[in-house]
Design a protein around this ligand. Sequence first.
Ligand code: SF4
Length: 624
Amino acid sequence: MPNAYFGKILWINLSTNTIKEKNIPDEMYAQYLGGYGLASKLIYQNLPPKTDPLSPEAIIGFFPGLLTGSIAPLTGRFMVTGKSPLTGTWGDSNCGGYFGAEIKKCGYDGILIKGKATAPKYISIIDGKAKIQDADALWGLDTNETDDKLNERHRKVKSAIIGQSGENLSLMSCIIHEKYRAAGRSGFGAVMGSKNLKALVLKGNVKINIADNEKLIEITKEFNKSATSAQSGAMYLYNTQGLACLNTSAGISGDSPIKNWKGIPDDFPMESLSKISGDEINKYKVKNYGCFSCSIQCGALMKVPEANLEETHIPEYETCAAFGSLILNEDVITLFTLNDLCNRAGLDTISVGGTVAYAMECYEKGILTKEDLDGIELEWGNSDAVIEIVERIIDREGIGDLLADGPKFSADRIGKGTQEFAIHSMGQALPMHDVKFFNTLGRTYAFDPTPGRHTAASLDHFASGLMRRNKYVKEFKLPRGFKRAGDERFESMKLCDSFHHSINSLGLCYFTYWFQTYPLLELIEAVVGWKVSVDDLLKIGARIQALRQAFTIREGVILAKNELPGRVIGDPPFEQGPNKGKTVDYKGDYKGYCEKMGWNPENGYPLKETLNRLDLDFVVDDLY
Ligand code: SF4
């Protein structure tokens, strides 16, 4: 058996009740690693073009990173993959916890599912036996209740579960693991719901081979020692406040969008931000927890008596901003309530916050009245009203049905010019980082094959961590002029993007770029036994990105034509606040990026010679 992987995946067809192992050649790991890299190749090959993502023919994949399952620090991620029903493009959604490592413990490098069960089912892979089991008694339960029931039935299992929102095919629905960790974006909860699939339930004890276990332990101990002894900086903040540590700094700097992206910090000033700060959130903490193989432990169990929550989980930055500055809500208790409601129902908090903000602006402008909103007065900052709206979205009841698929689809239904302030990219509500603050997010929000994503390798985001000082991975350097407009900045976008797709496909947490120099090449050698260079990883990442792009083009989507809402990019520019006077040339960034990637800057098609250089010749006929 090779090191780090098993050379096989599990294929499950819910229509035919068949479960089959499929061998994967070594070459494919060398070219695509694991995670969504490997998944992109398998799904590209097996999903017929233009398949309806909510049809039985659609495929959904669950793939751990290549290093996942080893003790290499912060490598516990898994990715849910397939065609997004929300955007109609390639979709992948990254999640932490223990599920990725458990896929490996079951002896697989990934699980692919197609078909549709005739009644609610869950898939269990327990102690080497894979089964499709009845889920009648679980259908209708929330993700927390389902997790408890599955653990009663099977003991100590790791599950990926949909709530009521996935069951009722909300395009904002997600997949929840460990009651809190979310594969949040791209609407994959609805794909599971469309297959009548309530959960994947795993327990295994298969071990992966490690190339050099002694070396791995030595490197890991060294990394963890520095990580846990650091009493200041990002590690300390992440450990004590989770991602909520960003709530105040992002709110005041111009990073957090305010009042459905039209506000400035004066609309939600420090006085408001301090009420929902990381310190305030931290007051309710019971204990920390983290993902497999991570010593940072940025997750936490919370107890919030004021919200009648005996046990709940820490809301992270995106959730706090989406239910905070975006809707002018300064009530910290409702942040816990809304986070808990969404996690239980299996709803993506970014999408729900974006949809509520859109509805609030409709109410402010008199386009939606109190009667339209089932008697709810949806004024900015009215947190009780927001809770009522979210409860209706979960049940798809009344106004909740109209809003249940996110801002784009809500605006399509409501009309009356409201598309102008439905803030999304290709249907995906935009995340809580302002393009006018992190400029290169404009390109990724508009044009990444998974549009509307803040974790799709914006150069600015990357360079706000250790990359700024070229200290993230010591062999990986950005050109000196990466901050200035022009050639070196475009080259840096290419480098960050390509590297990013490799680190994701290895299973690393995105936050590794914040903490301390990460011994990436040494860890790959210790776990897999490969001596790879940064150039090798850049080529693999560029291959994965070109394949994600080709998938999206094959679906008939030309992202190069996509546009972001004016207020997102500063067109017209804001007249006040930290982003005053800024207009982001995200289209110019895309052209420069495409040229560096070897893609046609007019339409985003990877050029034939690029596809051939990246060993993607099988794609050429589909695109040309
Ligand atoms: S930093 Fe947080 S999200 Fe990342 S691996 Fe560690 S616990 Fe998980």
